[in-house]
Design a protein around this ligand. Structure first.
Ligand code: ADP
Length: 475
């Protein structure tokens, strides 16, 4: 698996996790807001209920006091009617505390003049939050209030009984009045405490809700920004990739243009010179002269042959896929030497071999192209003026690389040409002028198998080409 594929595999889940975080944060935010609003709405209904509770209790007290002084039966009935409001709430509270039937609870609240639409939320809040401190405190106040309401009801019965039995004297009336106002005062405190506790709870919940909202909004903003920055980075890097590919394509197009132009020119020139030589030979009677012309024709055709073989190598190198397989380096080099044996000058050259490695993993087609061209150049550019002409081929292992060196004591390459010899169609002004394709193809072939090629050369002394290849599967 390539490095690129691995990093892609690692990056994709990151983006996916970010989207998941945003999704869950949104879901939690909706959840938190929904339930907080439900809690606050139920709280408001309880506070509202308390105002009916308080009003009912106060109206009941007022009617009871009027009854004591007027002794009109209607006032007693009104007292009992108004008292049913807090008593209804009391019934609902007891049923709620004992997990009683919902209908009993609702009827209690209905008697307490609670709005029909608030009933479900109030029951839900009590059931699930009765142990939460603010509601637990409020329920305690409510319980104490209900006890005082019960006391008030008892006083009401007592008053009714006393009035039925005998008329109350002033002292008895004042005594009853004191008891009623004492109960009423205590109830007022309870009612206030109930509302205050719920109000305090509401404020706390509101604060928590704001904090929760801020927290989730920050998470969402953070995740979305990270997601976008990742996307923008991806876009930028793919834009860069496209730009690089475009540049490569432009370069390839330019090379192709150059190739077509030079190839058509170089293919034609030997034919033109052949035609010329044939024309002169036809006019010539001298056999030895004709032999010279034939010799020149042969050279022209050899050049043409070499050029066509270079073009074939160029095409193979471009089109054929790299196939990494076990190859025998020694055999490949020996084959390349054998292919050059028929050349006249080879006989005068000593070829030294020093093979330290043989079996490697690489692409045999590219290696053949590399060896044939480097060896052919070493022969082609040998220095006939030297008595001891030699070429040395060396293979060895260095750290994580295989090295192949082809050294000759030929004519060498002038310093000013050394940076251009790997360019397409570059030739120096020497008499063995070739196609200028050989080293270009060699460099491409070396790069195709992830290697590098370097040259070290001195004019009139010789040249050394070093090919460095990575060890792919060898230890
Ligand atoms: P060519 O067909 O001209 O040999 P190459 O691309 O193989 O084309 O080589 C480019 C140039 O590099 C040659 O024209 C030659 O001047 C120089 N060159 C390549 N190999 C050697 C060598 N072993 N010794 C001296 N000069 C060389």
């Amino acid at each position: 698996m390539t490095q690129q594929k691995i990093t892609k595999k690692l990056k994709l889940p990151n983006v996916f996790i970010l989207l998941l975080i945003v999704f869950f944060s949104c879901a939690l935010l909706i959840f938190a807001n929904f339930y907080t609003i439900k809690i606050l709405s139920a709280n408001r209904a309880y506070v509202n209920g308390e105002s009916h509770y308080s009003k009912g209790q106060k109206d009941a007290v007022r009617h009871l006091i009027t009854y004591i002084y007027t002794q009109e039966e209607k006032e007693l009935q009104l007292f009992e009617k108004e008292l049913k409001v807090p008593q209804g709430d009391g019934i609902a509270r007891i049923a709620l505390s004992h997990n009683g039937d919902d209908e009993v609870i609702k009827n209690g609240f209905r008697a307490g003049r609670i709005n029909e639409k608030d009933l479900d939320d109030m029951i839900w809040l009590f059931k699930y939050f009765k142990s939460v401190s603010f509601l637990a405190d409020a329920i305690k106040e409510w319980e104490e209030g209900d006890y005082l309401i019960h006391q008030l009801a008892l006083v009401g019965h007592e008053v009714a009984h006393e009035i039925n039995v005998s008329k109350l004297n002033l002292a008895e009336k004042q005594f009853l009045l004191q008891r009623i106002s004492s109960i009423s005062d205590k109830l007022t405190i309870n009612e206030q405490e109930f509302s205050n506790t719920l109000g305090e709870g509401c404020r706390k919940i509101k604060d928590y809700l704001i904090l929760t909202n801020i927290f989730f909004v920050l998470i969402i903003i953070g995740s979305v920004s990270t997601y976008y920055s990742k996307m923008v980075k991806k876009l930028l890097s793919s834009k860069k990739e496209i730009e690089v590919k475009n540049e490569d394509l432009t370069l390839a197009n330019k090379e192709l243009d150059k190739f077509v132009y030079s190839a058509s020119h170089d293919l034609r020139s030997p034919i033109t010179s052949l035609k010329g030589l044939i024309e002169i030979a036809q006019l010539e009677d001298d056999i030895s002269q004709i032999k010279d012309y034939l010799n020149l024709m042969y050279k022209s055709l050899t050049k043409q042959d070499q050029f066509i073989s270079d073009i074939i190598d160029y095409s193979k190198n471009k089109r054929k896929q790299v196939v990494i397989e076990p190859v025998n380096l020694t055999d490949l080099i020996e084959d390349a030497i054998n292919q050059h044996e028929h050349i006249k000058s080879v006989k005068k050259i000593t070829i030294k071999k020093e093979f330290e490695i043989s079996n490697i993993h690489s692409d045999s087609l590219r290696l053949k192209i590399i060896f044939n061209n480097l060896l052919s150049n070493a022969i082609k550019y040998s220095d006939e003026n030297k008595e001891d002409m030699h070429i040395s081929i060396k293979t060895y292992s260095a750290d994580k690389f295989h090295k192949i060196e082809i050294t000759d004591n030929g004519i060498g390459i002038k310093k000013e040409f050394q940076s251009q010899i790997f360019d397409m169609f570059f030739v120096t002004n020497n008499k063995n002028k070739g196609s200028g394709l050989g080293l270009y193809i060699v460099k491409e072939a070396v790069e195709n198998i992830n290697g590098i090629i370097t040259v070290h050369s001195e004019s009139n002394i010789g040249s050394k080409f070093t090919v460095t290849l990575p060890k792919l599967y060898e230890t």
